[in-house]
Design a protein around this ligand. Structure first.
Ligand code: PBG
Length: 326
């Protein structure tokens, strides 16, 4: 007896044109944001061993690097300072002459059209490496919010285009919005790291920013086991006035992306973090995967899950790779 399928999905897979016509998800150069690590007091770039192809850039070379990124077709960058002026509160991060403010000014002067985003946190500027002020062996939420208000005003005065707080303090979006609006920066959008997990995938980043940090961030970042809480965190940030929401890390959290997409009309970003990048690089170097195909498929998965924006160390490669097929 001949078995006859009740429906034939393969009818629309027969030719490339049919497949293109029925394709649901695309990548574009407009999707990507490139993270840059900028270190003060160094004179030449330092390779980050666990992230092949990614360097810590000397402050003195930032302008040239921003021009290069722009000419490579990437239109948005997010800046991370690697500080040599650390203290217990991370005060360099809100100093108008501090590293973060200087980097913003350098980047905007180099390419005024470049969308310059600041990663707004304290871990790169504190001597203990935590994402805020410590009291009684834990990060003090509300004391950190006050410093965060100072930090974002300093960034706005330096000319930043978008604020991106990553410290996972409760109430951070409302505090930032109030500070920006009061200081005359009501036009500056806030992209919240709204659902950020306490993840082992950040391992190589710790090397990248030379963090002295030992321990965990489990009292402020989310438990990877909690999907409903991740949705609640992002919904809270939307209610506080976030303009863009974010899930971080990416590939292990596609369910969280889809859940937030189903509950919010805001643009949604994903951060493909250092460990995700390092794993692909290591597998490619071992000759066991096709790097380009794996990266493109991963990016498509982020967009299919519901993301609009992708923060990735592959941003420059991606704009070269994407063709009409992606
Ligand atoms: C800290 C911060 C982290 C990353 C960006 N900002 C890591 C952490 O929480 O320790 C991770 C970036 C990456 O791994 O690529 N606020």
């Amino acid at each position: 007896m001949t078995a006859t399928p009740s429906f034939r999905f393969r009818r629309l897979r027969r030719t490339q044109v049919l497949r293109d016509l029925t394709r649901q998800t695309y990548l574009s150069a407009n999707d990507f944001i490139l993270p840059l690590f900028i270190e003060e007091q160094i004179t030449s770039a330092v390779a980050i061993e666990s992230m092949p192809g990614v360097n810590r850039i000397p402050e003195g070379e930032l302008a040239k690097r921003v021009q290069q990124v722009w000419s490579n077709g990437v239109k948005a960058i997010i800046l991370f300072g690697v500080s040599h002026n650390k203290d217990d509160s991370g005060s360099d991060s809100w100093d108008e002459h501090g590293l973060l403010a200087r980097c913003i000014k350098i980047a905007k002067a180099a390419v005024p059209e470049m969308l310059v985003i600041s990663d707004n946190c304290f871990c790169e500027y504190t001597d203990h490496g935590h994402c805020g002020v410590i009291s009684e062996n834990d990060v003090d939420n509300d004391a950190t919010l006050e410093n965060l208000q100072k930090q974002v005003i300093s960034c706005a005065r330096a000319g930043v285009d978008m604020i991106a707080p990553s410290g996972m303090m409760d109430g951070m979006i409302a505090s930032i919005r109030q500070a920006l609006d009061t200081a005359g920066f009501s036009h500056i959008p806030v992209m919240s790291y709204s659902s950020k997990f306490a993840s082992a995938f950040y391992g190589p980043f710790r090397e990248a920013v030379d963090s002295n940090f030992k321990g965990t961030r489990n009292t402020y970042q989310q438990d990877p086991a909690n999907g409903r809480e991740a949705l609640a965190e992002s919904m809270q940030d939307e209610a506080e006035g976030a303009d863009i929401l974010m899930v971080k890390p990416g590939l292990a959290y596609l369910d969280v992306i889809a859940d937030i997409r189903a509950h919010s009309a805001l643009p949604l970003a994903v951060y493909q973090v250092s460990g995700e990048y390092a794993m692909i690089k290591a597998a490619a170097a071992a000759g066991v995967i096709d790097e380009k195909a794996i990266v493109l498929e991963t990016m498509i998965a982020f967009k299919r899950a519901g993301c609009d924006l992708i923060i990735t160390y592959y941003a420059e490669d991606l704009v070269q790779w994407i063709s009409r097929d992606y």
